[in-house]
Structures are given as C-alpha cells and as structure tokens.
Design a protein around this ligand. Sequence first.
Ligand code: FAD
Length: 473
Amino acid sequence: MSVADEWTAEGAAKPPVAETTDVLVLGAGPAGMAAATEARAHGMRVLVLDENGAPGGQVHRAVEARLAKGAVEKRDAKDDQDKDGAKLAAAFRASGANYRPNATLWAVEPEGKVFWSEGGAARSIQAERLILCAGATERPLPIPGWTLPGVMSVGAAQIALKTGGLVPEGAVWLAGQGPLLWLYAVQALAKGGKIAGIIDLSPPGGLQRARPHLLRALKAPEYLWRGLVWQRQVKRTVRVIPARELRAEGEGRLARILVDGVAHPADLLLLHDGVVPNTQVTRAIAGLTHGWDPVQRCWRPGLDLWGNTAVPGVMVAGDSAGIGGARAAALSGRIAALEAARALGRITTDERDGRAGPLRLLRDRQLAPRLFLDAMFPPLPEAAIPDETILCRCEEVTAGRVRQAVALGCLGANQTKAFTRAGMGPCQGRICGPSVHGVIAAARGVEGGEVDPFRTRFPTKPLTLGELAALAG
Ligand SMILES: Cc1cc2nc3c(=O)[nH]c(=O)nc-3n(C[C@H](O)[C@H](O)[C@H](O)COP(=O)(O)OP(=O)(O)OC[C@H]3O[C@@H](n4cnc5c(N)ncnc54)[C@H](O)[C@@H]3O)c2cc1C
C-alpha cells in the first residue's frame, strides 16, 4: 500500500500539513486533479484543497462513489465523462499529493500564503506556486418568482442526482438554455425521472449565428453529435415549448409557471442559462487583472499561454480561466503544472515546451467547438428582466432598484452595492454578480467591460470566529 493509499483509505487519518509546499492546487476537479498529478510526477510537494468531500469537481462529482456502487463500470463505462473521471481520480489518488477534501480556501496573501478552513479550524501554508482551478458557477437566470420554494437551478438538481441518485417528482419543468440543461434532462430521464416540459428560452436564430463557426467546431465533432443526440432523445418523450417570457407563481411555494402568459401547473422548476468562470478568489487577489469576454459576457483572469496571471507565482487553469469543458480543463491543468515545474527548476524550458506541445494540440481540438456553442447559446439579455424580479436573493434587491441606482448615477457594481445592498449578503455576490452587472450595463447602454464587477474581499467564504481562532494556536 502506498502512502497515498494509506491516507485515502476509509477512516485513515489525513497526512499532516507542512508549513510550506512547492505547489498549492485549489480544486480537485479535472483541472486540479490533472495539475496535481503532473506536478507530483516532477517531484514537487503538492497540497490540494477542495471544499467537496471527494475528488471530481462538478463534472465528475462523486464518480468514485458511483464506481464503487457499480453505477459506472470501470472498463466498459458507456459514459465517456465517467470514464475520464475515474481515470483522472485514480491517477490523482495514486500521485501522493496531499489532498484535503472538505477544505475551503478563503484567503491568499501576497507572496503565496494561503488560508483555508478544514474540520472547523482555520489553517495556513506558504506556497511557492498556486494553481487555482476553482471551476465554473451557473449564470443565474432571474425570473419573477424564482425565489419561491420549488424553484432551483439545473446544476443544483444535477448535484442531487450525482451525489444521491435523486430524481425530481411531480410536475417538473426545465427552463432556459445551454448544453447542461439538455444533459441533465437526459440524465434524469435515464434514472426514471419524469419531465413535464422544457421551456426553451434560447434566443431564436441560434443555428444561423453559429454556422460561421461550424467548420472549426467539426474538429471535435463528438460535441455537436452528442448535443444532437441529447436533444433528439429528450424530445421523444418531453415537449419543448419555445418561449420569450417565464414567470413562477404560487402562494408560499411554486404552484404554476406562466409561459408567455399561459399557465401550467408546476411542482418544480429548474432554471439554467449556461456557466461562467468562478473568479471569486482571483478577483480578491491584489494586482490580478481580469478581462471582459464579450461573447460569454463574463470576466476571466488575464493569463499568458501557460496560465500565469499578472501576479508572480499565481496561475489559473480549467474553467475558472474561461469555459472550455472538462477535457480542456484537465489539459490546461497539466500545462500549468509543467510551467510550475519549470519555474521551480524541476525541468528545463525545453523540457516544458517539448512535453506541453502535444497537450496544447489536444487542448486546441477540445476548444474548437466553443465559438459555435457560444454563438448558439448567447447569455439571455438582462435588459429583458422585469423590474419586480429579485436579483440579489440575500438582500432581496430587485432589478428595478438596481436600475433606479443607475438612474441616480451609479456606474458600477460596487457603487450600486453601496446604494442598494445588492451583493452584500452571505454569498458576497457569487450568485447575483453576473445579473447585477448585466442589468447595470444594459441600463447604462454600455458593454459589460465598461462596468466594474463586484470587488471581492477575503475571506471570500463565510468564516466563524472559532475557525479563525485556531490560527492563533
Ligand atoms: C453546476 C455545474 C454542473 C456542471 N455539470 C457538468 C456536467 O455534467 N458535464 C460537463 O461536461 N460539464 C459540466 N459543468 C461544466 C464543468 O464544470 C466543467 O467543464 C469542468 O468540471 C471544469 O473542470 P474544472 O476542474 O475547471 O472545475 P470543477 O470541476 O468545477 O472543479 C472546481 C473545484 O474547485 C472547488 N473549489 C472552488 N472554490 C473553492 C474554494 N474556495 N475552496 C475549496 N474548493 C473550491 C470546487 O469544490 C470544485 O470541486 C458543470 C458546471 C457547473 C457550474
């Protein structure tokens, strides 16, 4: 039994945390697992933090548990994603990286000191190199009534499905747009779930918009093929209603949805409008620059070809650098780790370049369909969000109040926060950030890049005084 096996075996104690490490990886999704495995292959000491209880990230969530239950056949999995996940997780487990599940990073100081909470206590470590692989978050889809019990996001329902095998019951509706919505529908139906209908809110003309990118997308035809198969499979048993306007209604909980004014009984409504890079931590690091992506309408960290940010020693890989999907995330994690190995003197520049060349080619292929997909599913326009819709769920701030603040002269999200409290609650703008930002940009009639995003501050996740006190020891 290797050292890695010993401490990952059920009930075994975790290995101790040293005062320093060569590489600290945030996130044990495909990017983080691949980065850690590659970094270990070059003899570096690696610490991996992830707030989830098991490796896998979003896409390969609970893959090991499902494998153990026989839900995923190791050698003959029909689902390529689960096969990829099982392979990545096995290599990661065997790598000897010091993996800390249920560990939430909440601060990064200049010079690489990192703070996190684990088992009710805060801890810190000095890292030579950080590879931040925090993944993506769902773009919110605020509609009137979306705060009613009975309305949640497709991503949340998928987590329940992957971790607990839970399928929703009753009159279940899916609404919004994007590949994850169709994937979830396939997964829920395969588990015996029933779906009353899909409200397709995608802006019309998707194929015409995407056509100029088709040739490039065909470099990785499996993505388009898979999308078509999902849609065909779902449409065989589920009605799809193209619509422009959606409302959720009910007395104390969801009872019905109004689709372009037509009422349908509803027990559960699952909303989705694509995913955006998770920049909660990178935006809080002083000097780390971000750029506006006008197509995906989101912020992403400014990076060089290797994943280096403007802050020496801090790198970003995977979907938190820009949405690219699981395979591209794993490849970018490996590329970042090779650069870390070069920076720490473990390999030469020539060795790094030689090893990274084929990985780059593979990543380019994986990224080939992005422009096509982005053109098919542009984010829904925030200008269309009705005034009475709540944007900030923590502080119950409506789109109308944000627009009033703009009318009073607020130019960015931080000024608007001071006027309305939007983004000031426990989630610190993690959920409402993209909508508040988009509503401000639309109200001002400018591109999103001209509007400041919420400034995030450490601690980026809620932290108790008790946890903090552990640092004194
Ligand atoms: C809700 C949701 C569901 C998705 N489902 C699918 C799917 O089924 N199929 C698919 O192809 N793509 C899916 N995606 C897209 C998918 O996330 C990516 O393509 C892929 O998982 C990206 O890999 P990653 O390693 O970059 O990030 P992720 O897989 O998201 O991994 C990031 C990890 O970082 C951890 N983390 C983040 N912040 C902190 C912190 N402060 N402290 C500690 N840990 C932290 C998270 O717990 C997570 O495990 C989904 C995205 C979302 C948002």
